[in-house]
Design a binder for this molecule. Structure first.
Ligand code: MSK
Length: 641
């Protein structure tokens, strides 16, 4: 058997080889059985919206082909795109709704085990939302903030409260373009309505409605999730931990949490430290309990609890194929149904916990806030019982694990940059203005079997660091770079250009800042707003020397994030392209036409070296427009594709 070349990560290669030796198919093998991919679907030219079809448009035809209803390639691909954005927004926002309900239940005393862990942030939020705080107990304040933000989903009047965090010029742009989001659910519903058969068929109008929906994600659902998770579980602070499959231990009970919502995993993290639970594990012959995460649940418990990360999206099945996972506990989003088939080859107990996300034939332990801690203990005890059923002959844990520092936020990062007594974005802006830093780039998003696992993230980030770009990351991209050792302060010496090295050394930060999970991309929006507010590098986000990159995108959430970044003025480099390539008109509108309304656009490119080059040129163009000082330490590109 030849060694797999599916990943840039040695631990993943080793685990994938082990899976193949055991004849266990994972996402890569299943993907191969799907090839060749349907070109109509891939180009966005297949319409399944009504039951006269499915209709499909031949992309090579010179005729003005139409589906049965008369929809052309522009309508069909714009509708497909809009539906993807709506689904992505719905996913982030339904997550946020759950956090709102947890806060409300906590305030009502119906969620024992939960508490307000960051009362200062709660107070600041209340003031920002215009809630009078005098004479209110913490519980009453939590209830008022919880109710206010729950209303953001379904209110019938007004616009979203957090939009006011954006610079005035930005808000005026949204008004002019007619994309100021009203209520979160309303924007999702309206997109589904518009894309129903026989409603909106103008591709520009559809895409602007998708932009409004995406903004309701970034400045609504995702931002609410981030803020209230900080209130409930504590605002992250820089924390050291470890990452990669090597965090699993052969002599310990290994429990892997996977998905997105921290409401259960926070309780598991707490229960896993309880003496009684540890003693129970020891009574079964284990040396202890390892609670490790996959995907964004990993990021959540990493940045608040310092829990180790087992891997990112494409490593979820490989964690199971190590043969050392006694229980995998999943909630919502990015959980492959294929896990059930993989787990059958091993002793691993796969447990679903969200009533919204069941897998046929898999044990379901419904999670409810009022029994959360007890549910967490029950899950850990059953994992310890299952430890006894592990077959040591099938265990093969790759040895690789890497140190990292995570837990940066829009607030704490720049306290670092500004010093203990003067939390401020001034030093960051000064660094950019003086040419020590080229700019700031968010590298975010998933893995996909269509790209060598982690390769694009690593190639792009290495090039950006070399060119004195401060990189901020979330999601699976952050995990990829953590595995490659880029998330430690020492990494600056190895990877960063001289200017970035100077900044990192002065304040002791890594050159790549882990800012959390996918919903925490809202932290990056806030950081950009603070940069504008600090002054000297533009009046709205579109003037800043910043960009976003998602070069291994997989989910509809990534498309929603990409669009809210663009609609917020942040040019976004994205691969694989969303399913719009079958319509040159839609492609041109996304990659150029949106510039008029938002001062930003999409760039679709599959070559990571071209992406890095494009990002650097983009930052330099923004710097030139602002007439900033030339870069102090210019460097050549490593290579062009
Ligand atoms: S988990 S959405 S694969 S980043 Fe947020 Fe990773 Fe993408 Fe899921």
């Amino acid at each position: 058997m030849t060694k797999t070349n599916k990943s840039a990560d040695p631990a993943t290669i080793s685990a994938h080889d082990h899976a193949r030796q055991l004849d266990v198919a994972t996402a890569w093998e299943r993907h191969e059985t799907m090839l060749p991919l349907c070109a109509f679907g891939d180009l966005g030219l297949c319409c399944t919206i009504c039951y006269m079809g499915p209709c499909r448009i031949d992309p090579f035809s010179k005729e003005d082909l139409r589906g049965a209803c008369g929809a052309d390639r522009n309508t069909i691909s714009a509708r497909n795109f809009t539906r993807a954005v709506s689904a992505g927004t719905a996913a982030h926002s339904d997550h946020a709704r759950g956090v709102c309900h947890t806060l409300l239940d906590t305030a009502k005393g119906k969620a024992p085990g939960y508490q307000v862990s960051d009362p200062v942030k709660l107070g600041k939020l209340a003031t920002e939302l215009g809630i009078k705080t005098e004479n209110l107990s913490q519980v009453d304040l939590a209830a008022k903030v919880g109710h206010f933000l729950t209303d953001e989903f379904g209110k019938q009047d007004g616009t979203l409260a957090f939009l006011k965090r954006a610079p005035k010029v930005q808000q005026e742009r949204w008004e002019r373009a007619g994309v100021t989001p009203r209520a979160i659910d309303r924007e999702v519903v309206e997109c589904l309505h518009r894309t129903h058969e026989g409603v909106d068929s103008d591709y520009r109008s559809l895409i602007l409605s998708a932009a409004r929906c995406a903004l309701a994600d970034g400045w609504g659902g995702s931002m609410i999730a981030t803020e209230l998770q900080d209130v409930l579980f504590g605002s992250p602070r820089p924390v050291r931990s470890k990452v990669n499959l090597g965090v699993l231990k052969a002599d310990c009970v290994n429990v892997v949490v996977h998905g997105h919502e921290p409401v259960l995993s926070e309780m598991l993290a707490r229960a896993a430290r309880e003496v009684e639970i540890l003693d129970y594990a020891k009574s079964k012959g284990a040396a202890g309990i390892i609670l490790a995460g996959i995907c964004c649940t990993a990021n959540e418990i990493l940045m608040r609890q310092g829990m180790p990360v087992a891997g990112n999206f494409l490593q979820q099945e490989l964690a199971v194929t190590t043969g050392a996972v006694d229980s995998m506990v999943v909630d919502v989003q990015c959980v492959m149904p294929g896990l059930a088939g993989v787990a059958k080859h091993f002793h691993t107990k796969l447990i679903t916990t969200s009533n919204k996300a069941r897998i046929a034939g898999v044990d379901h332990v419904p999670f409810e806030e009022r029994h959360a801690l007890e549910t967490a203990r029950r899950i850990l005890r059953s994992a310890a019982d299952n430890f006894c059923r592990r077959d040591p002959a099938r265990v093969d844990i790759p040895p690789q694990s890497m140190d990292l520092v995570a837990g940066f936020t829009a607030e704490n990062t720049f306290h670092h940059l500004g010093g203990t007594y003067r939390g401020s974005y001034r030093p960051l802006n000064d660094g950019i203005m003086a040419g020590r830093l080229r700019g700031v780039v968010g590298v975010v998003g998933c893995n996909t079997v269509r790209v060598q696992h982690d390769y694009n993230h690593l190639a792009i980030v290495k090039e950006l660091l070399k060119h004195d770009v401060l990189v901020v990351e979330t999601g699976c991209a952050a995990i990829a770079c953590a595995k490659a050792g880029m998330l430690t302060p020492e990494a600056a010496l190895e990877f960063a250009g001289k200017g970035l090295q100077e900044i990192c050394a002065a304040v002791g930060i890594p050159p790549v800042l882990h800012m959390g999970s996918c919903v925490d991309n809202s932290r990056i929006l806030i950081a950009c707003c603070e940069m504008v507010r600090e002054g000297g590098i533009g009046d709205d986000l579109s003037q800043l020397p910043v960009a976003a990159v998602a070069a291994e995108a997989m989910s509809e959430k990534a498309v929603a994030i990409g669009l809210y970044a663009v609609a917020s003025g942040i040019t976004t480099f994205f691969n694989p392209a969303p399913r719009v390539l079958g319509s040159p008109e839609v492609f041109n509108y996304l990659t150029a036409g949106l510039e008029k309304d938002f001062g930003a656009h999409w760039v679709f490119d599959s070559d990571p070296h071209k992406i890095a080059q494009g990002v650097i040129e983009h930052l330099d163009a923004k710097r030139a427009a602002l007439k900033l000082h030339p870069m102090l330490y210019p460097v050549e590109m490593s290579r062009t594709a």
